[in-house]
Design a protein around this ligand. Structure first.
Ligand code: SAM
Length: 274
């Protein structure tokens, strides 16, 4: 049986009213042994809904309502509604990620993009400017084997998990972690490939583009783009910064990663910078 909405509804039949049953969430995400869910309203029923999730997914140890991520450090705002939420181990693409979903983010919606990136960069120097707990860096190091990945992260909590994940995945020989602001710490002229995985990172394009070697390289630039500005705005932003820096750029692909918010897309552009 697929443990989806119908199974959840079944579990709560006779406990919730039919209106409350109709309003139950259709989707949720499981990170390690933590289940995160967005629930509209029904606050007085969250305890029952949380317990039903624990019954449906016996390996889950804690259930929390996800209210989104905030600030430039992308800190989650969650409320635990059943069990316990704390450090957990999430497995993806034969990599393991240790994290506490109440303190740092992990976006299952970006899985396809992480899988794509994990195949790129063999033998290259890569700069991962907003590395988080190693979402891209670890998978790339493990599968594509670049010669070096410089992974920069500002949030000290995420950085601590990045260090642990490097060790857990045995990629100490490839990843050089740096804690701090990538506006100050991104090295210039070293990279064959740069990942800018922060959706509000347009102000950092200058540093991402400068990091790419003079002989050329690839920029993977993520942005949250209102539907109406897709695909023009991110293309124009990259072109404008290249113009100011005297660099050439050719946009290779533009992909929709996921719907980020109503009317807003998470997109990634691959641009060749020379
Ligand atoms: C959205 S998260 C990373 C997401 C990840 N790349 C992915 O796609 O799943 C963005 C990260 O950038 C970090 N960050 C924000 N501003 C930064 C800065 N100026 N320098 C370095 N890291 C920064 C945040 O702390 C956060 O961990």
């Amino acid at each position: 049986m697929r443990r989806g909405y119908l199974a959840l509804r079944n579990e709560l039949e006779g406990i919730l009213s039919s209106d409350e049953l109709d309003a139950l969430p259709r989707r949720w995400q499981i990170i390690g042994d933590v289940l995160l869910v967005r629930i509209e309203g029904c606050e007085d029923r969250w305890g029952e809904i949380g317990s039903a999730f624990l019954t449906l997914f016996p390996w889950v140890k804690g259930v929390a309502v996800d209210r989104g991520v905030y600030g430039n450090l992308r800190e989650p705002d969650i409320e635990v509604i059943a069990g316990k939420v704390g450090e957990t181990f999430h497995h993806e693409n034969r990599c393991v990620f240790k994290l506490d979903p109440s303190k740092v983010i992990f976006s299952p919606g970006n899985l396809k993009e992480r899988t794509r990136i994990a195949k790129l960069g063999y033998g290259e120097v890569v700069v991962d400017m907003f590395a988080g707990i190693g979402y891209f860096s670890i998978q790339m190091a493990k599968h594509a084997r670049p010669c070096r990945i410089i992974s920069i992260e500002l949030n000290p909590t995420s950085f601590r998990y990045l260090l642990e994940n490097i060790r857990l995945n045995h990629v100490e020989d490839i990843i050089d972690p740096i804690c701090g602001d990538c506006a100050r710490l991104t090295p210039a002229g070293v990279a064959d490939r740069v990942i800018m995985g922060y959706l509000n990172g347009s102000a950092y394009l200058e540093y991402g583009i400068k990091a790419i070697k003079r002989e050329g390289g690839i920029l993977h630039y993520h942005e949250a783009v209102p539907d109406k500005l897709y695909p023009k705005r991110p293309v124009a932003r990259i072109q404008a910064v290249c113009g100011l820096l005297g660099r050439e750029c050719e946009i290779k692909t533009i992909r929709k990663v996921k719907k980020y918010a109503p009317g807003v897309l998470h997109v990634v552009l691959d641009a060749e910078i020379t």
